[in-house]
Design a protein around this ligand. Structure first.
Ligand SMILES: [Zn+2]
Length: 300
């Protein structure tokens, strides 16, 4: 037995036998893509939600518990995005490696600066995330920070491949930085354009690219549209001459379309994460899709 393990050790050192990949589970498809970019062939990434699903509401199914049970690393968006289901899956998995606070648990939000921090007044209005708005990956600068966090965490869990993670993270960050410049220059002519979004999930996108948010179709985050709120929004959109209604595939299209009909604004269905629409094959492709959709709707 001792001889055998020495033999395996030699083969391992010589690169004939590769170690099992680090098993990574992420809550959302954007994090899954970033984890694949950093981990390359040293990781096996599984995602717990689909791109056309509302990330706030995912059913904690047994098939998802199994994925978490087998994971070495659990990555979540945090800021309560997955509060309704991620803690349930982690606890049910009984996987000590990925419990909250363990080495195999990564809250990606710890690498970004949140927007929409609630004030005492907004907190009393109910459904508000106390740590700030969780939809921060709509700003690609935040993706660069999360890539750094993933590299650090993967290197900590799998130090023998730290150089690979560093190289991958560096290469991807360069590619993403170049894309950010490209998106900024393509969107420069429409800077300052106002929009209404279905949910409060474009504040980081707007802050980065210089769009002005006028309101949301949801009267409060997670609350479906009401006739009264929609009427107010129509008046506001007419008054401010809002040309864009930005929504996502998992929201009902009726209110966006009726707002468009009443005001003349264009509806753009955005891919906030990979696989929200077929064209959004990864994180970069999703933003490409959104930039093209907005420019097209504005006739640019
Ligand atoms: Zn939200």
């Amino acid at each position: 037995m001792k001889k055998f393990s020495l033999f395996m050790g030699l083969l391992f050192a010589a690169g004939f036998v590769s170690a099992a990949p680090l098993r990574v589970v992420t809550t959302t498809p954007d994090l899954a893509d970033l984890a694949r970019q950093v981990g390359g062939d040293k990781v096996k990434v599984d995602c717990l939600s689909r791109g056309n699903q509302d990330p706030h509401f995912v059913e904690a199914k047994p098939s998802l518990i199994i994925k978490v049970r087998d994971a070495d690393l659990f990555v979540q968006t945090g800021l309560e995005l997955e509060i309704g289901w991620a803690p349930v899956l982690i606890q049910a998995s009984r996987n000590a490696k990925v419990q909250f606070g363990a080495d195999g648990f990564l809250d990606a939000a710890s690498y970004i600066t949140p927007l929409d921090m609630p004030t005492a007044v907004s907190r009393s209005e109910g459904d508000v995330h106390p740590g700030g708005n969780p939809h921060y990956l709509a700003d690609p600068h935040n993706a660069l920070s999360v890539v750094k966090g993933l590299e650090k965490k993967m290197s900590q869990l799998d130090p023998s491949n730290a150089a690979v993670y560093a190289k991958n993270a560096d290469g991807y960050s360069r590619r993403l930085t170049a894309k950010i410049s490209e998106w900024e220059s393509r969107l420069a002519p429409v800077k300052g354009v106002s929009f209404v979004s279905y949910h409060k999930n474009l504040v980081y996108f707007a802050a980065h690219f210089g769009f002005v948010k006028v309101g949301e179709i949801e009267p409060k985050p997670g609350i479906p549209p009401t006739a009264k709120h929609t009427d107010k929004l129509i008046s506001l959109m007419k008054e401010r001459q809002v040309p864009l209604i930005l929504t996502m595939p998992h929201y009902d299209s009726r209110t966006p379309l009726s707002l468009a009909k009443a005001t003349g604004a264009k509806v753009v269905v955005m891919a906030l994460v990979p696989d929200a629409v077929p064209e959004a094959t990864d994180y970069i492709a999703a933003i490409d899709y959104n930039v093209a959709g907005i420019l097209n709707a504005l006739g640019k």
